[in-house]
Design a protein around this ligand. Sequence first.
Ligand code: NAD
Length: 495
Amino acid sequence: MPAFLDVTNPVTGALIGRVPTADRAEVEAAVARARAARPAWEALGTRARARLLRRWADLLWAEREAAIRVICAETGKTWVGAYNELFVTDNISLYYSGHAPRLLRPQTRRALFPVFQHARVYYRPHGVVGLITPWNYPFLLAFCDLVPALIAGNTVILKPSEWTPFSAHHGVEWMHRVGVPADVIQVVDGAAETGAALVDTADCIAFTGSSAVGRQVALRAAARLIPYSLELGGKDPLLVLADADLDQAAAGVLIGALENAGQACTSTERVYVDAAVYAAFVERLRQRVPDLMLGTAEGHHVGSLTSARELARVEAQIADAVSRGAQVIAGGQRRPDLGPLFFEPTVLVNVDHTMQVMREETFGPVMAVMRVRDSAEAVRLANDSAYGLSGTIYTRDLRQGAALARQIDSGDVSVNRPLAIWGAAAAPMGGQKSSGSGRRNGPEGLLRFVTSQTVVVDRIPRALVPPGLTHLTPRVRSWIALRRWWLRFLPFLRP
Ligand code: NAD
């Protein structure tokens, strides 16, 4: 008798459904089926695989309301939040189905002795990719990696979060419906043990989740010498410089901090404001927060949190900050009248880096605002973090903004719009420091799912280098000297 996971709606508390959990033997059996299905899937060719996944994206887009209902039900997020997951997934699918055939085309490279030697690089899939995903974007974070992994010729086992499995099931069912074979993409359900079993059996792991679990996954994958990528937590800074448009910056903080009720890896969590505009900026934020509408319907701004664990963590961080001298100037309370896990958008001021709210990831609608002397101090404090995922700078001087962005230690930084990286399917996204390693999206996000194989064909005539028993005969050494000369003085011949 298998064990089951109950999945509940965080807003109503109603049971949405149950899924059987996969034990180690079932994960191994799924991986074996996926391994057997891989040669035929690879032989289909990149173009045919890309066509199938474009059909999937078209179907999904046409029927998006059904997927939005599933996402909203198991996460408690707003209608717009769920729509965004589909919109970004669709954009990424269109990008990879259009560009993957070119990005994975065999390439000719210069060999040691061009003309006489011919080198060609081929891309091969790793085999069976294990995808382990979190609950905060249960659709987007499953399919933004699944689509490139499949197009690259891998077969995939997806282990979604135990809290939100149905979004992944929904999208995978539709893949089967457009003709992706059942063993090419399979879902296994369960919690930590199921995920660990997948890390122990797959040929490559793409993990999205917390930094603590990411570390364990990396150690397990390293012990097996399999490739892995980690998309982990963040503590993203937003800098408001003295010349910023304060209305635009205040709106940006609300969007960045309250996206998915603050339960986003790239949500704005630390706001550093130049002393010259601090008072005016905080006032704007204070005025705008009461206009925000809590609820999940279309038009609402802030939905429910998904888990009681995160709600408790948000409250503990606020209490810690207040006990160290911070002030709550807006929000700060639960809203049980709307649902058990709703929490008011909260603005904290007088914060500093001794407080948990400035050091640990916050998964809730909290904006911690700190006054800084100037942009140099803002950059120093932005970099004073264990994390390095994303960041934002508000300034009217776009050149200065782009230059400062390059001083921030994170995988991406946007100027004058938070979360701008999201829809940009061609631009790589990922973390530095404890925020992870590897990149999703762009060519980088596809190439992590393949390994290269170089084939070198030697055509050096026997007359030039007769067969010998050592590598470096006097004849070869004179060739090397000649090669050195042409590389030094004829740069266009350099490899
Ligand atoms: P989590 O680390 O608790 O779980 C993530 C996934 O890992 C789940 O499917 C879980 O079942 C599985 N898992 C748990 N223990 C495991 C183990 N020992 N071995 C293998 N798998 C295991 O994270 P979460 O609470 O689901 O998600 C929130 C976290 O994800 C936050 O830290 C957030 O910042 C991060 N996140 C990062 C990104 C990104 O792109 N960088 C995106 C979204 C969320």
